[in-house]
Design a protein around this ligand. Structure first.
Ligand code: HEM
Length: 182
């Protein structure tokens, strides 16, 4: 019988760090965009839409990679409540990575706005034009993004706890760098 690996597969690690950068950038681009009334607004929106759709596509790829390659087990001595928190936050992160871009796309569709990924590439609407739905989806997009940011902070805190305090190999299972670094 083969022992489960102590590290995530390389594809999972590349997707994890690439998406971490993309999502963090997206959160700041989103907030900067709605706070700006200059021509920067349309410039930021033109980045926000294709980057958000790219995050959705990569999240689907990542889910497939994860289902095909089970992650390394958490340390056996980790308290049950911490294991539960880890699994719950991972499910929530996947759910948000898939839901937020779809809500953004549906919001623009409900508002009757074209979803342009470039000058010529236009995505089809995924929601009928409806002003009330547009308002609800717009709020939902902002609140879900806030929830993603809070979950990201909790995830970062947990990673540092494992890497710097417990030094139990959880952080190195995703960095791919030797176990002594946690
Ligand atoms: C993971 C992906 C995404 C993240 C993290 C994200 C995050 C955000 C954030 C933080 C805001 C500012 C909300 C506020 O403070 O009111 C925002 C606004 C916005 N997002 Fe996204 N977004 C994502 C994907 C998308 C996608 C795929 C689209 C469209 C195809 C989109 C369209 C918009 C639009 C139009 C706004 C401005 C809404 C307004 O004017 O209030 N987003 N997004």
């Amino acid at each position: 019988m083969t022992r489960p690996s102590s590290q995530f597969v390389p594809t999972a690690r590349v997707l994890h760090w690439l998406m971490a950068v993309m999502i963090l950038a997206m959160l700041f681009i989103g907030v900067g965009m709605v706070a700006s009334v200059s021509e920067r607004h349309s410039w930021l929106l033109a980045i926000h839409k294709p980057l958000g759709i790219a995050i959705f596509v990569l999240a689907v790829v990542r889910l497939i990679v994860r289902l095909r390659n089970p992650p390394p087990p958490l340390p056996a001595d980790l308290p049950a409540v911490q294991k539960l928190a880890a699994y719950a936050s991972h499910y929530l992160l996947y759910a948000l990575m898939l839901t937020i871009p779809l809500v953004g796309w549906a919001m623009l569709s409900a508002g009757g706005y074209p979803v342009m990924l470039s000058h010529s590439l236009r995505l089809p609407p995924i929601f009928p034009v409806n002003a009330a739905a547009f308002a609800i989806l717009r709020h939902a997009h902002a609140w879900l993004a806030m929830l993603l940011f809070l979950t990201f902070l909790a995830h970062l805190g947990a990673a540092l706890y494992h890497g710097l305090i417990r030094r139990d190999g959880v952080l190195s299972s995703m960095t791919g760098i030797g176990r002594r670094l946690g």
